[in-house]
Design a protein around this ligand. Sequence first.
Ligand SMILES: Nc1ncnc2c1ncn2[C@@H]1O[C@H](COP(=O)(O)OP(=O)(O)OP(=O)(O)O)[C@@H](O)[C@H]1O
Length: 255
Amino acid sequence: MTAEPGAEVVRVEGISKSFGPVTALADVNLHVRRGEVLGLIGDNGAGKSTLIKILTGYHQPDGGHIIFEGEPVTLKSVVHARSLGIETVFQDLAMIDDLPVYLNLHLNRELTHRPFPFLHRREMKRRAREALDSIGIDIPSVTAEVGMLSGGQRQAIAVARSVYSKAKLMLLDEPLAAMGAKESAVILRVLQELKRRGDIAIILIAHNYGQVMDVCDRVNLLQHGEITFDRLAGETSVAELLDLVNAEYRLGGGH
Ligand SMILES: Nc1ncnc2c1ncn2[C@@H]1O[C@H](COP(=O)(O)OP(=O)(O)OP(=O)(O)O)[C@@H](O)[C@H]1O
């Protein structure tokens, strides 16, 4: 089914999740297609991270369904979700700073000279270079330690790692938080390139609506545990999004 360009990769139906007395998600419905970047916005505490953690297999929902590539799935764990092609790029990156770029790209997937347990470094370097070049990430050397790179470059490598592991659905939770304009531009360029290639579905959480509008095809607003707004980016504006979120404060629903 996903061989088709534009095919639906994931559909979420009626997802709910509470933490004790706190209802994080009440009745969430959303979907995203191959080659599409869906921007997920919402006030602090709206439930965005909880939704991403459900899709990544970290939290189990209390109710509702997840349809992945047309089949209902129960995502039992992060490892299970990853085995299906659901990859998350976290804010805190999960990179090992004192390892070079090419080994970070191959974490838990190191190539060896079979049947011998020696690392096939030359081949890993070659593949790392190819993976970075293929999505336009400009890193001078794949042997550089990740800890020496800028935040933007590290985040770009985290994205490349997901692509390299053949992600079908990529989840990005605030990848641009704490980044300067130049660093954000690196990531936005990579996302544009992935969009152009058209084979991955992407859900992006971001607080900067200007950046959301730059890269997303469609925007969903999460409020009170439900998606209350679903619009093509070309049919809305930063001003409208700000207005919708700020309306909550005016109604006394904000924190
Ligand atoms: N593990 C948890 N235990 C208890 N409550 C939680 C837990 N995770 C989230 N919550 C609560 O669920 C609600 C939704 O939180 P969530 O982090 O998903 O929101 P968010 O939209 O990602 O917010 P932010 O933009 O601030 O990151 C909040 O009220 C939060 O306090």
